[in-house]
Write a protein that binds this ligand. Sequence first.
Ligand code: FE2
Ligand code: FE2
Length: 156
Amino acid sequence: MKTMQDAFHHTLKDIYYAENALTKALPKMASAATGKELKSAFEHHLEETKEQIKLLKSVFKSIDAKPEGEKCDAIEGLIKEGESLMEEASGKALQAGLIGAAQAVEHYEIARYGTLRQWAKELGNDEAHDLLSQILDMEKAANAKLTGIAVSSVNA
Ligand SMILES: [Fe+2]
Ligand SMILES: [Fe+2]
């Protein structure tokens, strides 16, 4: 990578890989969730994640690139942590822990999309900026919803 365009393209591939990996991780988290509210939050975010993948395809199109992922070690690590939790924890610790694990993923995504949309703006790609902002808003809302579920029921 040398240019800002290269950095943008690389980071886009990284988050595309991450979103695709999350379509496999979220169903596992949904089945580990025992509360109705938490289970449906994970199921809803799975649908949003599929929508985000479509939006990312449009971002690739806006830079005349084909949609492809590049292995993202950060998301692999976060998913692995979630998997260990599901193996090692149970009961209330598991339910609270699932929210914590999911929020670590949301914060990662928020960081990535915040960076990407600003880079899109600097590169004069308003279309990508708007698409990435839409995804960023979904991630922030997902994170806030998880906080709500933790505070109002699961933690108690
Ligand atoms: Fe996402
Ligand atoms: Fe997310």
